[in-house]
Each structure stands twice: as C-alpha cells, then as structure tokens.
Design a protein around this ligand. Structure first.
Ligand code: CU
Length: 197
C-alpha cells in the first residue's frame, strides 16, 4: 500500500512538471571567451504578448553611483531617479532610445522619466563623470541580467523557434548587441551566446 502511494505521488509530480514550460538556461560570454556578468539576455518569441509596466521602477543615486547599474523595464515604464546623496546630481541620456536631462537636483528629490521606445539608454551624470548606468527598455517578458557566472535562467518560454539576444556595453556590434535564432524544446534549452570572435 505504501509503495502504491509513493508511485502515485511520483506520477503526479512528473505530470505537473511536464505541464510547465521548461527553463531556458543561457551562459553569456564575451568575444574573449570569458563569461559576461551584468549582461542582458533576452528571448523574443513571435506573437508573445508584450510585458506591461507594473509597479514602480527606480534607479537611485547614492554614494555617487546609480543603482542598479542595469535596470530592465518594459516599454512605457516610468522610472524614478531619486537622489539619496547630499550632493546634487544631473542625470542625462543622449541615447536614441531616450534623450533626457534631469537638471541639477538635490537630496531626497525625485524626478521621473518615461521610456516609450525599445532600446538601451546609457545614463550619465553631468557632475560626476564616473557615474554610469543603463536602462534596458524591452518588448519581451523573457529577459534577465546574467549573474557572476554569466548565467541566466528564464522560465516560461514557450517551445519553438525564438530569437536569442545578448547585450553588454563591452560588445563591439551595433547597439552593443548580438542575436541569433534558437530552438526551445519541450524540455527547455541550455545554451551559450557570445559575439563572433
Ligand atoms: Cu552626479
């Protein structure tokens, strides 16, 4: 009797797992073959619904740095740029994805920018040259930043043909990005992406 219960619950677990899309695991590498941490891996699936802005998106300025360094937002998201420092900052972007300037503002003041086009906005500060950050404005929900091992695990990707893309400021290609087609099987996908050497 005990064995039969174990077998039955084991089958249930297998069935439940099969009904979920398996994860896509991607390791990002640079042209030098080393893993790329802090890179953005995105998967575009034809016909998939675009992600909608939800909640608040924040890139703070603290200790003379933007945080986070890379912020992923859906198209249409409004990002607030609070200043948590005692000094004033002057955040700006000249990127085609979003040109803006948040003129000098001080401690605990916040200004916001709406990102209405896909692409990457490189953010700087007019006062502090070392301050740099990126807002990655996406049209796909299947997107993540690589960890210290250059790895992302993205769940929920439907099986089939997809476009796999990698972005990192060090990539010497148009828009600092490379992409290629990939096939996601029912059992998911484990792969690598890197710029051509
Ligand atoms: Cu600054």
């Amino acid at each position: 009797m005990f064995n039969r219960i174990c077998l039955a619950s084991g089958l249930w677990i297998l069935t439940a797992a099969a009904s979920l899309a398996s994860p896509v695991t991607v390791v990002a590498k640079g042209a030098d073959g080393r893993v790329l941490s802090g890179a953005v891996v995105s998967i575009t699936v034809a016909g998939a619904p675009r992600p909608q802005p939800r909640g608040t998106y924040t890139m703070s300025q603290q200790n003379i740095a933007f945080a986070p360094h890379v912020l992923i937002v859906p198209v249409g998201a409004t990002v607030s740029f609070p200043n948590r420092d005692r000094v004033r900052h002057h955040a700006y972007s000249f990127s085609p994805a979003k040109r803006f300037e948040l003129k000098l503002y001080g401690r605990d003041e916040t200004k916001s920018v709406t990102f209405d086009r896909p692409g990457v906005a490189a953010i700087g500060c007019n006062i502090h040259d070392a301050m740099s950050a990126f807002v990655f404005v996406t049209t796909t929900p299947f997107v993540a930043i690589t960890d210290g091992s250059g790895r992302v695990v993205i769940d929920g990707v439907p099986p089939g043909q997809v476009s796999l893309a990698l972005w990192h400021p060090s990539i010497r290609a148009p828009n600092n990005s490379v992409s290629r087609p990939a096939i996601v099987a029912a059992g998911g996908l484990a792969t690598e992406i890197a710029p051509a050497r």
